[in-house]
Design a binder for this molecule. Structure first.
Ligand SMILES: [Mg+2]
Length: 377
């Protein structure tokens, strides 16, 4: 039997500047991404690519055989974001280059601002993949659906009826404040897992493996821009890669948690709780109070080191949330948005004061500090 082929999926994103505030990446910037990745494909660096945007974030989906954290792949993404940011600066687009926090590239794009989800897989007979990309929220937003997908038997029928999933799944949780991680196994440590990942602003599920054979199933970005920069510089806007079928959750089980909207941290100025709205690519643009936070899911198949493509080499991409089945979640998102906005700047509509530490709120509080007088008597 021949060794199965190793293929890497890299999804790297960056806010390089957008049209009219934090709304949308204009096509001419996406074209720069398209051109750079086409050239990289022609040179043989990558085998497939797909450039898209979710709100103000440019997303570079690349499939190659160079493994995770490869300096050439990361350099390609870095140079592409730099080129797009240059154009955005010329046009004085909003927040041009805002996520490019460091000036020099040093081999790995992690820690420089852009978000990264990467997964090296040994190709199975058929390998369905769902990639998720969100705007106006943070990495912990995926904790709830990842728990549902890989640990909740009320969501994922396979946990109950597929013997290949009976051993459960291992979850790597990153503590984004301390820069540490821990692995917990479900179902055995389900309650401990929830104890951590319920704190969505600190603990983030960064990877999931099938417990019985350590097969990689999910990989997400777990960066906190504010912790890199030391101040509020934009939303983390996470990305995630999830693998489906053949002893893993089915595509429909991966999408099922998004039947309902739920509240995530982010939205206006990265300072509010707001409902996550699953949308098709054409609606992946943030408007109302710079939101509501949007989520896109793209389906693809990995085939021989590349994305399964048509005869012209164009990747076959399924826009999973462009479907009336998610209308209810979108309606709920609007209802929750209306409820939260009615509360204005009163908690819990606004994030807690601890979470506001990296925003401009402390400057306001500082101004008032000396006017506080001790209470007499
Ligand atoms: Mg964004």
């Amino acid at each position: 039997m021949c060794m199965s082929r190793k293929t890497t999926i890299s999804l790297i994103k960056c806010d390089i500047g957008s049209l009219a505030g934090h709304h949308v990446v204009p096509k001419l910037l996406l074209d720069i991404g398209e051109k750079n990745l086409r050239m990289a494909k022609e040179k043989g660096l990558i085998n497939s690519y797909y450039v898209f945007n979710v709100g103000d974030d440019m997303e570079l989906l690349m499939v190659h055989e160079k493994g995770e954290s490869n300096p050439q792949i990361h350099q390609l993404a870095w140079d592409t974001f730099q080129a797009a940011a240059q154009k955005a600066m010329q046009l004085k687009l909003y927040g041009a280059g805002q996520d490019l926090l460091k000036n020099a590239f040093s081999g790995n794009i992690r820690g420089l601002g852009p978000g990264v989800a990467e997964m090296e897989i040994e190709e199975r007979a058929s390998d369905p993949i769902i990639v998720f990309a969100a705007d106006k929220t943070s990495a912990g937003s995926f904790n709830l659906p990842l728990f549902r997908i890989f640990a909740d038997p009320m969501n994922t029928a396979g946990l109950v009826i597929d013997p290949n999933m009976a051993g459960g799944f291992n979850f790597e949780v990153t503590d984004t404040q301390e820069g540490k991680s821990i692995v917990l196994k479900c179902p055995e440590e389900m309650y401990e897992l929830i104890a951590l990942i319920g704190t969505v602003e600190r603990y983030v599920i960064s990877r999931v493996w099938r417990a019985r054979d350590n097969l990689i199933c999910a990989a997400g970005s777990a960066t906190r821009l504010s912790l890199i920069a030391g101040k509020y510089v934009g939303k983390d806007d996470p990305v995630m890669i999830v693998r489906a079928q053949h002893g893993l959750p089915a595509v429909g089980e991966i999408l099922a948690p998004f039947m309902h909207s739920y509240l995530v941290a982010g939205w206006m100025r990265g300072s509010h709780w707001g409902p996550l709205m699953p949308v098709g690519i054409k609606d992946a643009r943030c408007t109302l109070f710079d939101g509501p936070p949007r989520l896109v899911a793209l389906g693809l198949q990995i085939a021989d080191g590349a994305i399964a493509s048509d005869d012209e080499g164009k990747p076959l991409i399924a826009d999973m949330f462009a479907d009336p089945a998610f209308d209810m979640a979108r309606q709920e998102a609007l209802q929750y948005a209306s409820m939260m906005r009615r509360m204005g700047e009163f908690e819990p509509a606004r994030l807690s004061v601890e979470s506001m530490e990296y925003t401009t709120l402390p400057m306001i509080l500082e101004k008032l500090k000396d006017r506080f007088k001790p209470i007499q008597g």
